[in-house]
Design a binder for this molecule. Structure first.
Ligand code: SF4
Ligand code: SF4
Length: 751
C-alpha cells in the first residue's frame, strides 16, 4: 500500500495511481521520476511494480561466462577490455579451451553466456563449431551467446544478412542473445563512445529478427558516462517500442533488461560526475517503471557490487544474475565485485533479504521444484498496513516508540516506509541539508588481548609472533600525519593487554597531550573495566585518572549486543552489558561525552537487537552523554563465528529502526566501512546524518576482511552527490571552521 499523502506531496499522485493499476508511464513521467527529490519514494513505486509482477520471487541462475577473445576491431572509447590484433594482453580461446573451462565450472551451468570482441579473423564456421561443441559437452545448458554487435560483425565478415547469421547459429544450438552492445541508443552519444558499433536501429532490428526466429533476447543500457537523463529515457522508450513490435510479430521478445552502471576506473572516457549509488538505484527503479512490457530487471552484481545489487532488489530488480564464476569485461573496466558467487551464497543472501530464491534457466523457467513463497506478513500475525503506517506517522511526528511497536516495525514494516519515517525524524532533528564527518585516525596501540572474543579477527594472544605494542614515538608520528591531513582527533583502542599497567596508559596520554594538539577519543568501556581490574581501582577512579592524563572522550566500542546472554556466547570475557552502560554513565557524570555502537548479525536474535537499542535509550535518558549511535554489521571472515554476512537492506532496516527508537540520541552514523560508499549514501535516506570518519588507518574491521577506504575528498564528493553539504566536525559535533563551506549541489540534490 502506497502512502497517498507522501506521493501527493511529491506531485506523483498520477504516477502512483498508474503504477498501482499497471498503466504505461509517459516519457515526461519518467523525467518526473528522475527529478523527484525523494529517491526512496521512487524505489517504493518500483518495488510495488516488482512485487505485482513477481511477488517476493527472486531469480538466479547457475551460469558461466566465457569471453572467447578480447581482440576487437571496434575500439569503443569506453572499453577497457578490448585489444587490437597483435597487441599485448590480447587473447583468443580455442574451442577446446572454451569447452574445458565450461566443464570445469563448480556446478554444471544452466546457462552459458559467451561473448567476445569483434575479431577480424574468426569466421562464422568457428562459432558454429563452438556452439555445437558446447552443446555436445553440456546438453542441458541454454546457449546465450553473441551480442547484436557481434552478429552484425559476423554478417559483414561473411557478406550475408544478419538474419542468415542468426538462422545459422540457431541451427547450431543458439537459444538466446545476450543484451550487450546496446550502450546508449542516442546517436550523438553513441558516435562519441562507440562510433564503429552497430547503430541503435541496427541493434534493435537484429533483436527484432531474433525474436521473429523464436530466439529470446535480453537488453542492456550502459549508463553514467556522457548521456543525459533524457538519453536514458529515450533508450528505455526505444526498447519498449521494439518489445511491442516483437510481440505483435508473435515473438517473446526481450526477457530481461540489465541496467549497467559505467565503470570509470580504466576507461578512456572522462566522466565529470561519476555515478553515485543513488543514481544507480534510481535508474534501476525508473527502468522497472518504464519497461512495463519487459518481464524481468536484473541487478547485475558484477557491475553494481553485491551490496548494491541486494539493495536493487528493493528498487525494482527481481533477478540477481548468477554464479558467473569468471568475468573479464566488467572487471577489466574496474568492477570491484567478486569473480563468482556460489549457489549457496546466492540462495542464503536472497533468503536473508526476506525474499524467495528461484533457480531459473536462461529464459527464466524455474529449475527444479519452486518453493512456496513465504506468506505475506499480512497473512500471518502482522498488523494491518494502516496500523503500521499509523505507528510510523506517530513516531515520525515525535511520539516515543515502545518495545512492542518497535518489534512490529522491525518485523513487518515495508523497508521504504521505515526508511522514509527515519528520514523524517532525521530531518526534524537536523533540518539543515548537511552531513557531518570527522577527520581522524584509528590508532590501535596494541593487538595483545586476553579476552579472545569469538567474533574478533584482530587480537593476538600474549606471546603470539605477530603481536605488537606501539611505542609512544610511533603513536606520535601517526598523530603528526593525522594533523597534517587536517585531522582533529585520534580514536585509540587496543586489546586487553595483561601486563601494561594503568600508568602506561597515563604516560601515553600525557605524552600525546604534551606534544600534539589533538582530541583523544580513546578506550572503550571493556578496556576501562580491564584497567580497573589490573589496577585494583574502581572504573570511576580509572576514568578520573585517564581524564587527568588527557583523555577527552570515550568511543562506544565493545558494546556488540548489550544483552548478557549474547555476550556470554560471543565475548564471555568482556564486561557485561550493565557494566558497559555503567562505565559510560560514570564518564558522562565526569563530563566526558561518548558514543554508542552496536555490532549485529552474529548470534543474537531480533529481539536482542531491539533490547540493545532500548538499553542505550534508557541510559541516555539518565545522563544524556551519548553524542551518536553507530550500528554496523558483523564481518564474519577470519573469525570463530560462522554467520551469513548481513545484506545491505538488513543493515538499512536496522539503521532506520535505530533512528526511530533512539529519540534522545542526536546523531546516527552510517557505516561506509562495512557497507561500502554506495550503501552509505543510501543510508543518508534511512536515518543517518553523519558519515562517520575518514579512518585514516583502520585495522580491526580490515582484519575481518573489509577493505573499503575513503579520503576526506572522497567523503565530500559522496555526501555532495547524495544531496547534502559535507561538513567536517569534531567529536562533540561542533563544526570545524571552513574557509569555504561546500554548499549542497542542486544537481546532486536528492531531498
Ligand atoms: S565494447 Fe565490445 S565492440 Fe566495443 S571495443 Fe569493447 S569488445 Fe569491442
Ligand atoms: S574484540 Fe577487543 S576485547 Fe575482544 S578479543 Fe578483540 S581486541 Fe580483545
Amino acid at each position: 500500500m502506497l502512502d497517498a499523502k507522501r506521493f501527493a506531496d511529491l506531485g506523483l499522485s498520477d504516477i502512483a495511481r498508474k503504477v498501482e493499476t499497471g498503466e504505461r508511464l509517459t516519457i515526461e513521467e519518467g523525467r518526473q521520476l528522475f527529478a523527484c527529490p525523494d529517491v526512496t519514494a521512487v524505489g517504493a513505486l518500483a518495488h510495488l511494480r516488482r512485487t505485482q509482477l513477481h511477488g517476493d520471487k527472486t531469480f538466479y541462475v547457475v551460469n558461466r561466462h566465457i569471453n572467447y577473445t578480447n581482440v576487437c576491431v571496434n575500439g569503443c572509447a569506453f572499453c577497457a577490455y578490448q585489444r587490437a590484433k597483435g597487441e599485448d594482453g590480447g587473447f583468443e580461446l580455442s574451442i577446446a579451451e572454451a569447452v574445458e573451462r565450461l566443464q570445469n565450472a563448480p556446478l554444471p551451468p544452466r546457462e552459458v553466456h559467451i561473448v567476445g570482441g569483434c575479431h577480424p579473423d574468426l569466421r562464422l564456421s568457428f562459432f558454429v563449431d563452438l556452439l555445437r561443441s558446447v552443446q555436445k559437452a553440456l546438453p542441458e545448458c541454454t546457449l546465450k551467446c553473441f551480442t547484436a554487435v557481434e552478429i552484425a560483425h559476423f554478417a559483414t565478415l561473411e557478406g550475408i544478412s544478419t538474419r542468415e547469421v542468426l538462422q545459422t547459429l540457431k541451427d547450431a544450438g543458439l537459444a538466446m542473445l545476450p543484451g550487450g552492445g546496446a550502450e546508449i541508443f542516442e546517436p550523438s552519444v553513441r558516435r562519441r563512445i562507440c562510433p564503429k558499433k552497430s547503430t541503435a536501429e541496427e541493434w534493435l532490428r537484429i533483436h527484432g529478427e531474433a525474436h521473429e526466429l523464436g530466439l529470446a533476447t535480453n537488453a542492456t543500457m550502459l549508463f553514467g558516462h556522457l548521456e543525459s537523463i533524457d538519453d536514458r529515457l529515450d533508450h528505455l522508450d526505444r526498447l519498449r517500442r521494439q518489445q511491442d513490435l516483437s510481440r505483435q510479430n508473435g515473438g517473446d521478445g526481450f526477457t530481461c533488461f540489465i541496467p549497467l552502471p559505467f565503470q570509470t576506473e580504466n576507461s578512456a572516457i572522462k566522466v565529470e560526475r561519476p555515478l553515485t549509488g543513488l543514481d544507480e538505484l534510481r535508474t534501476i527503479a525508473v527502468s522497472r517503471l518504464m519497461l512495463d512490457n519487459i518481464p524481468h530487471i536484473k541487478a547485475y552484481w558484477v557491475m553494481l557490487t553485491v551490496k548494491q545489487a541486494q539493495a536493487a532488489l528493493f528498487y525494482g530488480a527481481d533477478d540477481l544474475d548468477g554464479t558467473v564464476v569468471e568475468e573479464k569485461i566488467g572487471h577489466m573496466a574496474g568492477a570491484s565485485s567478486e569473480q563468482g558467487l556460489a549457489k549457496s551464497q546466492l540462495e542464503a543472501m536472497i533468503r536473508g533479504l526476506g525474499l524467495t530464491p528461484v533457480e531459473r534457466d536462461a529464459r527464466f523457467n524455474p529449475v527444479g521444484p519452486v518453493e512456496t513463497p513465504k506468506p505475506a506478513p499480512q497473512a500471518a500475525d502482522a498488523p494491518s498496513p494502516a496500523t503500521l503506517q499509523g505507528i510510523l506517522d506517530a513516531v515520525a511526528a515525535g511520539r516515543r516508540l515502545d518495545f512492542d511497536s518497535a518489534r512490529l516495525l522491525y518485523r513487518f514494516a515495508d523497508l521504504h516506509a521505515l526508511g522514509h519515517a527515519a528520514h523524517k525524524v532525521r530531518l526534524r532533528k537536523h533540518p539543515e541539508p548537511m552531513v557531518t564527518y570527522v577527520v581522524d585516525r584509528n590508532i590501535n596501540y596494541s593487538n595483545v588481548c586476553v579476552c579472545a572474543c569469538r567474533f574478533c579477527a584482530y587480537y593476538r594472544a600474549p606471546g603470539d609472533k605477530d603481536c605488537f605494542v606501539l611505542s609512544f614515538e610511533e603513536i606520535g608520528r601517526k598523530i603528526d600525519e593525522t594533523l597534517a591531513l587536517g585531522g582533529t582527533q585520534i580514536l585509540m583502542q587496543g586489546g586487553h593487554h595483561p601486563d601494561l599497567p594503568l600508568a602506561w596508559y597515563e604516560d601515553m596520554l600525557a605524552y600525546i597531550k604534551t606534544n600534539h594538539p589533538i582530541h583523544v577519543h580513546a578506550f572503550s568501556p571493556p578496556e576501562i573495566a580491564h584497567f580497573a581490574k589490573i589496577s585494583g581501582l574502581s572504573t570511576a577512579q580509572v576514568i578520573e585518572r585517564l581524564r587527568a592524563a588527557g583523555l577527552d572522550s570515550i568511543p562506544g566500542g565493545g558494546a556488540e549486543i548489550l544483552v548478557d546472554s549474547v555476550r556470554a556466547k560471543v565475548s564471555p570475557n568482556k564486561c557485561p552489558a550493565g557494566q558497559w552502560l555503567g562505565i559510560m554513565e560514570e564518564a558522562h557524570a565526569q563530563g566526558l561525552r561518548t558514543t554508542a555502537t552496536m555490532m549485529f548479525g552474529h548470534e543474537e536474535t531480533a529481539d536482542e537487537r531491539l533490547q540493545h537499542l532500548f538499553n542505550v535509550r534508557a541510559s541516555q535518558d539518565r545522563t544524556h552523554g551519548f553524542t551518536a549511535f553507530i550500528p554496523w554489521t558483523f564481518q564474519p571472515e577470519n573469525t570463530n563465528i560462522v554467520a551469513r554476512p548481513l545484506t545491505s537492506p538488513e543493515y538499512l532496516r536496522m539503521l532506520a529502526l535505530s533512528r526511530l527508537v533512539l529519540d534522545n540520541v542526536d546523531n546516527v552514523q552510517v557505516s561506509w566501512v562495512t557497507m561500502g560508499p554506495k550503501i552509505a549514501q543510501l543510508a543518508l535516506y534511512f536515518g543517518g546524518n553523519d558519515f562517520g570518519s575518514t579512518m585514516i588507518e583502520e585495522n580491526v574491521v580490515r582484519a575481518a576482511g573489509v577493505t573499503f577506504r575513503l579520503s576526506q575528498q572522497e567523503i565530500d564528493t559522496l555526501v555532495l552527490a547524495a544531496g547534502f553539504a559535507p561538513r567536517q566536525r569534531r567529536m562533540n559535533y561542533e563544526l570545524v571552521p571552513q574557509a569555504k563551506p561546500i554548499a549542497p549541489n542542486a544537481a546532486g540534490k536528492q531531498c
